[in-house]
Design a protein. Structure first.
Length: 302
């Protein structure tokens, strides 16, 4: 029954996308062009990793319909998070030359809020069809994105807490995949959860390097706005390198020391380049490549 409901949602989602394209092709293309594909790819991979980990640990059978529905859910959740973030980062994104559909003439704020609440509703319906635990995690993801992006808390502006929340969001995405396959998060490895939080809190400062101009003007506290561009960039690079080195230490997987040092060193070099903007796609590519090595070495996760 669950698979039939999810298949229906997949078909309906496809039909809605086709309808929206023919209704207004320009806005449709603009919307997807400004959705930050690298971030969608990142969270898709994280969800998939969590799903496969859940299959491995719980011994459940891989369910293609649930897996594809979960990927759709993960992308809808991120699109919803990005939508609310775009509202409050409109001026910052304009200064940082960052894609934000609200800085174009394609979509008004009223229609954009309708889009946001529609995405939220779709995510809750799909997550309910998967399982109650997935629904709970989806709600936590919405709450996390709201307090990160929106007043009164707007924790994106609070130094250290901003990267901590993004690391937590990554853990939630992985837990979402784990729960989608296993039905629970009880068996999720606590050592892995701790490692994700610590390592990504260090590494995710990287994203702030390109946002210096807008963040500085609008009072967003990051390493580069607190310590300055030159020193902040160096600190960010060192923290990213340290994050890679901590993975084998925290997971007691010392076979990863050499790959960790290699990927960490390359990441350090990419961040510390003399170019004004760092190549964020390359940073994600290095992370995914390291994750592939991690899976191949297959350390004993505890």
């Amino acid at each position: 029954m669950r698979e039939k409901i999810l298949l229906l949602f997949l078909l309906l989602s496809t039909a809605v996308l086709v309808y929206l394209y023919f209704r207004n092709p320009r806005v449709f293309v603009l919307f997807f062009r400004t959705m930050r594909a690298s971030r969608h790819a990142y969270y898709t991979v994280i969800f998939a990793a969590g799903y496969l980990l859940g299959v491995k640990i719980s011994g459940t059978i891989f369910n293609t319909v649930v897996f594809v529905s979960g990927i759709l859910l993960m992308n809808v959740l991120f699109a919803s998070s990005l939508a609310i973030n775009n509202v409050y980062d409109k001026k910052i994104d304009a200064l940082n030359d960052k894609d934000n559909i609200l800085n174009s003439s394609g979509l008004g704020l009223h229609d954009y809020y309708i889009l946001f609440f529609s995405l939220m509703g779709v995510s809750l319906v799909i997550s309910t069809a998967v399982s109650f635990m997935v629904l709970l995690l989806a709600i936590v993801i919405h709450i996390t994105s709201w307090i990160y992006s929106s007043p009164p808390l707007h924790l994106k502006k609070v130094f250290i807490l901003n990267t901590l929340l993004i690391a937590f969001s990554t853990l939630l995405a992985m837990a979402l995949g784990f729960a989608a396959s296993s039905g629970s998060v009880v068996l999720f490895p606590p050592g892995l959860a701790f490692t994700v939080i610590i390592v990504l809190t260090l590494a995710f400062n990287t994203k702030d390097v390109n946002d210096y101009k807008g963040d500085k003007k609008h009072g967003v506290k990051t390493i580069v706005t607190v310590f300055g561009q030159k020193k902040g960039r160096m600190i960010t690079a060192v923290l990213a390198f340290a994050g890679y080195l901590l993975v084998p230490v925290l997971l007691n997987a010392y076979g990863l020391l050499i790959p960790s040092a290699a990927f960490g060193g390359i990441t350090y070099a990419v961040i510390n380049t003399k170019k004004r903007r760092i190549n964020e796609t390359l940073i994600f590519g290095l992370f995914f490549a390291f994750a592939a090595v991690f899976a191949f070495v297959n350390p004993n996760i505890r």
